[in-house]
Write a new protein. Structure first.
Length: 770
């Protein structure tokens, strides 16, 4: 058993067993040894390892104790434990670095205090140290919990850590251990460990320990007061950080419900009087207040989609975005993802092919050839990989990639040439899967298990209807969380390719007994790192010139975007944004929110679904000029104008035609129809309203000519959003007239069709950029 499994938690601990003067001198000496003054601000946590060892042995170490024989024994034993596997989970090379850092700092302190460093410390080397293991079971549970970082594990084995260190020192062992154990048992039943509020409340109590000591939770009145006080702090912090209010209210209410389940309903804390612990009602808010950010030009934009949608857009601009830009952006992502996935698959298949053309005599770990192998001998490298399989870099290990492939080989380049799944290299495959199956959520993919615990394949199976993926959707309740997604043949091929590409990593993990071998998506870091499940790709969070140079080269083949515009675009590419954009694209194609919900895999339809994906400017456009065209009856008012209007009118652009159609076709919408959701809330008894569409022979001729020009176009990808919009309107009006019983309207339609001029419209329908 390893005590500190997550090294990042070590920064939380204060010094109690190392004296303050000694700590200050060690940190100062560390900075000198590193030659970097800033080192003491962020790297001095290395001495927490010595603090941990002293705590485990209940032994304090002060500056005046350095000369004692006890200190010599303590430090040498600490070095032995550091070299073992029971103190901290990190690579042997990292442990050697930590040893050198601590040793050099100790030597400097010794020289400062006594003018000379003892021989036993100066002459000790890492290679001479014999590793030792801690007998963790022999130590007190509270000490083990304290240094293990208070781990909690969710139902799906997802591990997290509670930051209870400050609470431990402010409220004592008994209170903290009970707080931890109750939350640990609760999180076991959850799909994912949501620990933010649990940790934040612990920090609040530690910061206000005098006002709210442990006895607070024995008094029902004080219990209510402490949560009211915490509520104030919680929402002031949300306001200062400009967090979405409704989102924070939902998180708060969820936390209070969990507190009741964990502590109050179980009788650990007394039931509060009256209305109980404070809850807050959510506030009605426009969709523009959610998923909003300010771009580099200072413009507020809605950012749930790949396509950036400024909140200030007018209806016409909204049309252009929805009918054209979303399609274009998704097409760019699709072409890029296809190119990258094909490239990785090609390199993987090439490895297998070249391995058959090599000299088998070269396949060895012979030390005499160490460093002699030339990188150009790719067939031999491929043959070595196929023969020995994958194994990660491990300094000092005989089975190291450099020992097999030669020191002149760059491991990052080699991993690429061998077609290994390095960091983010499987992301294009994921993009293609989500593009074809928007029911797939990011968490569904990243947590997908190919095999179950009985070594049986479960995540990708063949049925009578084809192949399907079986995983879980965390946001659903346990009984409904299982999700089965039927795949089209092309998606099934993508999954089989992923399985083959990740097979070397899976074989290695299975051989060493690592349960992660069951996962579908595995990567080996930037080269030959230890295989791990793939993590979410967020290019914005790890932006660098090196990374962008690579992405720029990849995307420039499929888009005219350059420089910062391209960088901003790729930053918006996430699986969630792709899924949202596909959902809106499906809505635009079907005009059905219900179909959009089904495509997303929602268990039930929500009338407010669109508000999660579109800003108010776009919603207003749909609600006043689009949705009601599909959901309400038409009343077509025939006008007595000439059917030859198209011949007499010479439109120079789509903009001119758009203005003409807007002015003559659609009547003003009554204000009470501008928001159907709010209208229903105000008055459910309001009779069904109708939208007036004014048509005459001339208008019909123009519309149907435009529709025919769009449908016959040989360049559909270059058609402007406005042209697509009016083409859809034309088709709907024509269908409505065909299904009606109005003879006059049917006569107008016949007359319009006799005077069609799609050729005249063809010059107008294309985007001006082309």
């Amino acid at each position: 058993m390893t005590l500190i499994k997550n090294p990042t938690t070590i920064s939380r601990y204060p010094y109690h067993y190392l004296g303050r003067e000694l700590v200050d001198k060690l940190i100062a000496s560390y900075a000198v040894a590193k030659g970097n003054e800033t080192a003491k601000n962020w790297k001095h946590h290395v001495f927490k390892l010595l603090e941990c060892y002293c705590h485990l042995n209940n032994q304090r170490l002060e500056i005046n104790d350095l000369e004692s024989h006890t200190t010599q024994t303590l430090i040498l034993n600490f070095f032995s434990v550091l070299k073992g596997n029971s103190l901290i989970s990190t690579k042997p090379a990292h442990k050697a670095y930590r040893y050198e850092e601590i040793k050099r700092a100790l030597m400097l302190v010794w020289r400062q205090e006594y003018g000379i460093c003892p021989d036993w410390l100066r002459e000790t080397t890492w290679s001479q140290i014999t590793s030792q293991e801690l007998n963790i079971e022999s130590h007190q549970q509270r000490t083990v919990l304290y240094w293990s970082g208070w781990p909690v594990k969710a139902r799906k084995e997802k591990l997290a850590y509670l930051d209870l260190t400050a609470l431990y020192h402010s409220h004592g062992e008994a209170f903290t251990v009970r707080y931890y154990e109750r939350w640990r048992d609760f999180i076991k039943k959850q799909a994912v460990p949501n620990t933010a509020a649990i940790t934040d409340f612990a920090h609040f109590l530690a910061e206000n320990s005098i006002t709210w000591p442990p006895s607070t939770f024995e008094n029902p009145i004080k219990l209510t007061l402490v949560f009211k006080d915490y509520l104030t702090k919680y929402f002031l912090n949300a306001h200062e950080n400009k967090l979405n209010l409704n989102s924070q209210i939902k998180k708060w209410n969820r936390f209070i419900s969990n507190v009741y389940e964990v502590f109050i309903d179980s009788g650990i804390w007394p039931a509060p009087f009256g209305a109980g612990l404070p809850r807050i009602s959510t506030r009605p808010e426009p969709s523009t207040q959610t998923r909003v950010s300010v771009n580099e030009n200072g413009i507020s934009v809605h950012n749930k989609l790949i396509t950036e949608v400024p909140l200030e857009y007018t209806d016409d601009q909204a049309i252009e975005i929805l009918f054209k830009k979303i399609d274009e952006d998704l097409k760019i992502v699709q072409l890029w993802a296809q190119s990258q996935s094909i490239n990785l698959r090609f390199r993987q298949l090439r490895r297998k092919s070249l391995s058959k053309n090599s000299n088998l005599a070269a396949i060895s770990f012979a030390k005499k050839n160490y460093g002699d192998l030339q990188y150009k001998e790719l067939p031999t490298l491929c043959a070595k990989f196929e023969y020995f399989g994958f194994f990660p870099s491990k300094r000092g290990d005989e089975r190291d990639p450099h020992s097999l492939y030669g020191t002149k080989v760059n491991k990052m380049d080699l991993a690429s040439d061998l077609g290994l799944p390095t960091t983010d290299s499987l992301f294009p495959f994921m993009c293609l899967l989500v593009l074809r199956n928007p029911k797939i959520t990011p968490s569904f993919l990243y947590e997908l298990e190919l095999f179950n615990k009985n070594n049986q394949i479960c995540g990708f199976t063949k049925t009578d209807f084809g192949y399907q993926l079986t995983g879980y959707k965390n946001r659903r309740k346990k009984k409904k969380s299982e999700q089965k997604i039927f795949l089209c043949p092309r998606s099934a091929v993508i999954i089989r390719q992923i399985i083959e590409i990740t097979k070397p990593l899976r074989d290695y993990l299975k051989a060493v007994g690592d349960d992660n071998w069951r996962r579908l998506f595995l990567t080996c870091g930037r080269g030959f790192s230890y295989p791990k499940p793939a993590t979410m790709t967020y290019w914005k969070k790890k932006d660098s010139e090196y990374q962008f140079a690579s992405l720029n080269h990849q995307f420039s083949k499929f888009t005219n975007l350059k420089g910062q515009d391209l960088r901003n675009f790729v930053h918006r590419i996430t699986l969630g944004a792709i899924r949202s954009s596909r959902a809106v694209q499906i809505y635009l194609a079907t005009k059905s929110v219900e179909e959009m919900a089904r495509s997303l895999g929602h268990a039930k339809y929500s009338p407010t679904l669109l508000r999660h994906y579109l800003p108010d400017s776009i919603l207003a456009f749909f609600q006043t000029r689009w949705i009601r065209i599909f959901q309400k009856a038409f009343v077509c008012e025939a006008m007595k104008n000439s059917p030859y209007i198209l011949r007499a009118t010479n439109f120079n652009s789509m903009t001119e035609l758009n203005i003409f159609l807007k002015n003559h076709l659609i009547k003003d919408i009554p204000s009470h129809l501008s928001d159907p959701t709010k209208s229903i809330e105000r008055d459910n008894t309001r009779p069904n309203k109708q939208v007036l569409i004014s048509v005459d022979k001339g208008i019909l001729t123009a519309l149907i000519s435009l529709q025919r020009a769009v449908s016959r176009s040989t360049k559909p990808d270059k058609i402007s959003g406005l042209a697509k919009y009016w083409s859809e309107i034309s088709w709907l009006i024509e269908e409505e007239i065909n299904q009606s019983y109005d003879r006059l309207l049917k006569e107008h339609l016949k007359e319009a069709k006799r005077n069609l001029a799609p050729g005249k419209m063809e010059a107008l329908i294309y985007d001006t950029a082309y």
